[in-house]
Write a protein that binds this ligand. Structure first.
Ligand code: DGJ
Length: 720
């Protein structure tokens, strides 16, 4: 997988069908030579090739670092572009990195304290470690590249070690790729807001810096920690696409700076905007991991690589490979207005149609009668739950269902016993207003004592009753960021320390309770990122559960994340977020490929709706393995057409499922054909008993009748 050509000083990193090449110059610069389709060899680093002119500063021998494509650029020499690493110390703020050494190891080392992709056998991957240093600034930088044998993916992260006196790290990217002489290209990002997450934004890369970033302490609904650089004409099925995804749940930046030589520096990492880290002598800072995926066949193939890698080598635990739960959650059925009797009634009805898990959402604890009070006090409210969680869980179990529970452990209401006892346990800055969001503050997880409290509080509830599923919610961004335990001038450390604290909490709790299925949530999908998926294999995709809206949200989410990671429920109707009325069947069909569940109180549904629900649960059980471990093909985009057509094909190509939904209709419009993908060649597939030639299906396709609104059906193809 990794070879070093010592004569030409080139490292070849060969993933499944991809080559990534790194060259060393005699002057110690680490140059980026190539990333793309597999090649046998590439030209070595050469001053004639990498430009420079009479006004260039040749800071690395014959090379001017301003025009050399690099692997990990620094600032303070001749390179004026955005740097990957910034420090400040008594020795100044300049960094000049020189290559020192390399090491190639089998497998993939862990990143201490941070989520990351992993291997199960060391033969699955190899890792290159490049050692660089700046002897003046007294730092050592280690660049890690893991190449996966079975995926077109390269995982990168960086370690920075302080060899001198105390210093500040002011920024450290996880990965940087200099595309040398980029042709006309586009940048794709996933952007949005609460209840409108991961809208695909597609823009031309123009001169200057274009980036997306989070500054709110959470990966956020505003932008996802992902970007793709692609050919000007790249489509779902064709063109070079280069994906960058960050395994991190806090502030990030992802962008491309195009210079006047059409060299484009792509970078991704922790956002340096409000970040510092004090490094004492000998301290090492590890960046989060960036996962780089190359596809020569458009966005679809890029997404399928992310899906497979994240599903099998990022997610962990008992539920990684198993079919999960079909649940009902009481939030939209009752909001805060519930008691044991109501929850049991919902469970009893749901059990009759085959729902297997009853999840009790917000409001079961402390004085949590509304969102004004109680967060932080994780003790049952006896008025609502006279028999406690244990008693309720037993009643739910008696219906033949699992019992699941909502928590929001990272947050506290000022009106709570926890806040009254520990007002300094929240993120705040002295002498500043403590802004509330949804009437709550963020607990300061940069503190060990606060993290230990959360571990204890959640664990003791989980030990109290037979709780088999947890929805781990988080409903605000961070403001006035500071910690009572850090001096104000070090407040820039708090957000990253928070993430390290959160990851320790999640690691501890999920390890202690391996049989519990955890789902993360953040006002819906405000923290739908690879970092959270490492601990919890599914995320509540959005608080907007309107079927038509969800088609877009799920489509955008699937650019990076597999359907197996998307919590998707049948919404109440008219929909609570936008008031739309959609057929029960369509609501089911839209939710079906995700992690399926129900929001409405089924006691209030019609007999017809219950019949459909029962049928859909059966279908979910039958087709779940195809949705959740098959290959996903996006055939028609709801962003670009009135249709959403998504196809799933089992890995053995024996079963394919096509999910078709339409929103609008035009009277008397011509019919359409949608060509399927990923079927076995020269084979026959049956649809409802009728045989079809796979080549016909992949060339002409399936027939869609235009002219009717809200069409929704699931087509199953079986190989004959
Ligand atoms: C936000 C979540 O996204 C909702 O599903 C629900 O759990 C509420 N929080 C409860 O407060």
């Amino acid at each position: 997988m990794i070879n070093y050509d010592s004569q030409n000083k080139i490292f070849y990193l060969n993933a499944k069908n991809t080559t990534y090449a790194i060259g060393l110059t005699d002057s110690g610069l680490v140059a980026h030579l190539y990333w793309g389709k597999r090649v046998n060899f590439v030209p070595k680093a050469d001053p004639n090739r990498f430009g420079g002119h009479s006004y260039s500063a040749f800071d690395y021998g014959d090379y001017c670092s301003n025009t050399v494509p690099q692997e990990y650029p620094a600032f303070g020499n001749a390179d004026f572009r955005i740097p990957a690493v910034r420090v400040s110390s008594k020795l100044g703020h300049h960094v000049k990195l020189q290559y020192k050494d390399y090491e190639i190891v089998d497998g993939k080392p862990k990143i201490p304290g941070l989520p990351a992709t992993y291997v199960e056998e060391s033969a699955e991957a190899q890792t290159l470690k490049l050692y660089l240093s700046d002897d003046v600034q007294q730092i050592e930088v280690v660049l890690y590249y893991t190449v996966f044998e079975n995926f077109d993916a390269i995982a990168r992260h960086t370690e920075i070690k302080n060899l001198g006196e105390a210093m500040e790290l002011n920024g450290a990217m996880s990965a940087c790729v200099d595309f040398y002489g980029l042709p006309e290209s586009r940048l794709i990002t996933l952007d949005g807001n609460w209840a409108n997450e991961r809208v695909v934004t597609d823009r031309k890369i123009v001169s200057g810096n274009q980036n997306v970033e989070s500054r709110c302490g959470v990966s956020s609904a505003y932008h996802n920690p992902f970007m793709a650089v692609c050919d000007e004409k790249a489509t779902e099925t064709a063109g070079n696409v280069y994906g960058f995804s960050l395994v991190y749940s806090g502030d990030f930046t992802a962008g491309v700076e195009l210079d006047s030589y059409r060299s484009a520096r792509a970078y991704i990492g922790i956002n340096p905007f409000e970040f510092t880290c004090r490094l004492e002598t000998g301290d090492v800072f590890a960046t989060p991991e960036a996962v780089l995926v190359y596809s020569a066949e458009g966005f679809g193939a890029m997404s399928r690589t992310y899906h497979d890698l994240y599903r099998t080598r990022l997610c962990r635990g008992k539920y990684r490979d198993t079919e999960r739960f079909a649940l009902i959650n009481n939030w939209e059925a009752t909001y805060f207005d519930f008691n044991e009797e109501k929850i049991v009634a919902i469970a009893e009805k749901a059990a009759t149609i085959g729902v297997d898990t009853m999840v009790l959402d917000d409001g079961w604890f402390g004085k949590r009668l509304s969102d004004n009070a109680g967060l932080g006090d994780w003790v049952e409210n006896p008025d609502r739950l006279p028999n406690g969680l244990k008693g309720l869980a037993e009643k739910v179990n008696a219906c033949g269902m699992r019992f699941g529970l909502w928590f929001e452990p990272e947050m506290v209401n000022p009106d709570s016993d926890l806040h009254r006892a520990h007002p300094d346990w929240i993120i705040h800055t002295e002498n500043r207003n403590r802004s509330l969001m949804r009437n709550q503050s963020t607990l300061d997880l940069s503190r060990k004592d606060v993290c230990d409290y959360i571990i204890d509080a959640v664990s003791s509830v989980l030990r109290k009753a037979n709780i088999q599923y947890v929805k781990w919610d988080m409903n605000r961004y961070m403001t006035e960021v500071g910690s009572a335990l850090l001096p104000a001038e070090r407040a820039g450390e708090v957000k990253h320390r928070y993430m390290l604290g959160l990851y320790r909490v999640l690691e501890t709790i999920t390890t202690q309770f391996p049989d519990v299925l955890f789902e993360s949530c953040a006002s819906g999908g405000s923290r739908f990122d690879p970092g959270m998926l490492h601990y919890m294999p599914q995320t509540w995709t959005s608080d907007d559960s309107d079927a038509e809206e969800r088609l877009k949200i799920q489509y955008g989410t699937s650019m990076v994340y597999p359907y197996s990671s998307m919590g998707a429920h049948v919404s109440a109707c008219p929909n609570h977020q936008i008031g739309r009325t959609t057929s029960f069947e369509m609501r089911c069909n839209v939710a079906l490929p995700g992690q399926f569940g129900f929001a409405p109180d089924l006691n209030r549904c019609t007999e017809k709706a219950l019949e459909i629900a029962q049928e859909k649960i059966k279908q979910y059980r039958a087709l779940g393995p195809v949705f959740h471990s098959g290959d996903c093909y996006r055939l028609k985009s709801p962003f670009e057409t009135d249709w959403s057509v998504v196809q799933f094909v089992s890995k053995d190509q024996k079963t394919a499922v096509v999910c078709v939904n339409s929103a609008k209709a035009t009277c008397n419009a011509p019919d359409e054909f949608v060509a399927l993908r990923g079927l076995k060649h020269d084979a026959t597939y049956c649809i409802d008993g009728t045989p079809f030639d796979s080549e016909y299906l992949m060339n002409t396709g399936i027939h869609l009748r235009n002219g009717r609104e809200n069409q929704s059906f699931i087509m199953v193809l079986e190989l004959v």
